[in-house]
Design a protein around this ligand. Structure first.
Ligand code: SF4
Ligand code: SF4
Length: 342
């Protein structure tokens, strides 16, 4: 009997986990990734360890990239996307188009949608000055800077800042910006980044402006309890960020306990940007029997038993939870198509 073929759309943590799980179950996998590399956004992030591991999950993704790349049952189609998709009695016919315009047809028995998410465009919150003030960066950009260098560099004067303010919930929990939900991962990400900045630069001042902290799991609770106590948490969000002539930034924020407005001047502002759903063409949703939730993410389960939806395509989640979710989604698809009761 020929081995079944599964097409996995998306090469981030969910797609990598799905491909490895399917390969272990005896399926040949065709993995289609829009960009020229695997790993999704986390492949560009730094390790958050200080003297100990801080459970950010980035190295798990790097390990999976290595394993998938060496797996002879997983065929990689990088720089490629789904151009056409048709369902039939046995699965799907997919036309895959590569960046150089070459099309190829793949017939598969199963399909895993692991298309991931988009990041909030911080310039849509103009009060924080992203794109206008050079020393306002996103948490993703800071993460990438800390992969390349010990400390970030200010765009305005090419020197390392000595004071930082994180602003949480940028583009999340804000109905005016079209997202009334919590993005789940940005509290943990900012706390890990703040901790790493303090570890690499003891004399740096790091403040985190927040509504509250959403703690997604036990390792994060542990990190909070062990945190460098010199990281300052401020229970307010600044109304706006103002540029100063020396390149620094001034944040005015309400102090609820004194009913006054206070100010903080810092050398770099970091916006903890939220997670948004990918826009998926209607024709693909209909062919795969997928529906979206009120926030625009995909329902976890398709009406078609030959389709699985894995990871952050269904909503915000950490790398660790994405891997767990993808494994469960693939196992559920296998159980549904093999008549196994779970
Ligand atoms: S989980 Fe994160 S912090 Fe821990 S070793 Fe891996 S990359 Fe570093
Ligand atoms: S995880 Fe934290 S920063 Fe992100 S949206 Fe939720 S509360 Fe805001």
């Amino acid at each position: 009997m020929n081995e079944p073929v599964t097409c996995v759309i998306g090469g981030g943590p969910a797609g990598l986990t799905s491909a490895l799980t399917l390969s272990n179950q005896g399926s040949k996998v065709v993995l289609v990734e829009r960009t020229g590399r695997l790993g999704g956004k986390p492949a560009t992030f730094c390790c958050k360890a200080d003297d100990v591991c801080r459970w950010c999950g980035v190295c798990h993704v790097n390990r999976m990239i290595d394993t998938v790349t060496k797996n002879l049952h997983i065929e990689l189609c990088l720089d490629s996307e789904v151009a056409q998709l048709q369902s039939n009695d046995h699965g799907f016919n997919i036309q895959i188009r590569s960046r150089d315009g070459v099309n190829r047809e793949v017939a598969c028995d199963y399909l895993v949608w692991a298309g991931g998410y988009q990041l909030f465009d911080a310039s849509l919150k103009p009060a924080y000055g992203y794109g206008r003030y050079p020393n306002v960066v996103t948490s993703i950009e800071l993460d990438q800077m800390l992969l390349e260098k010990d400390l970030p560099i200010r765009h305005s004067d090419n020197r390392s800042p000595r004071s930082f303010a994180f602003i949480q919930c940028t583009g999340s929990r804000d109905i005016r910006l079209g997202a009334d939900y919590c993005s789940q991962v940005c509290c943990a990400s900012s706390v890990r980044l703040a901790n790493l900045l303090k570890y690499r630069c003891r004399e740096c001042d790091v403040s985190i402006f927040r509504m509250d902290v959403q703690s997604p799991n036990r390792p994060f609770d542990l990190l909070l309890s062990e945190l460098d106590i010199s990281i300052k948490f401020i229970d307010a969000l600044p109304g706006e960020v103002l540029p100063l002539s020396n390149g620094n930034l001034l944040l005015n924020y309400p102090n609820a306990s004194t009913s006054t407005t206070e100010s903080l001047e810092v050398e770099m502002v970091v916006l903890a940007i939220g997670i948004r759903p990918q826009i998926i063409p209607q024709i693909i949703l209909e062919t795969l029997n997928l529906k979206t939730t009120g926030s625009g993410f995909l329902n976890s389960v398709s009406d078609s038993s030959r389709v699985a939806v894995a990871g952050t395509a269904t909503g915000p989640m950490s790398i660790a939870n994405t891997m767990i979710h993808a494994r469960s989604a693939v196992n559920l698809m296998w159980a549904r198509t093999h008549g196994v009761r779970l």
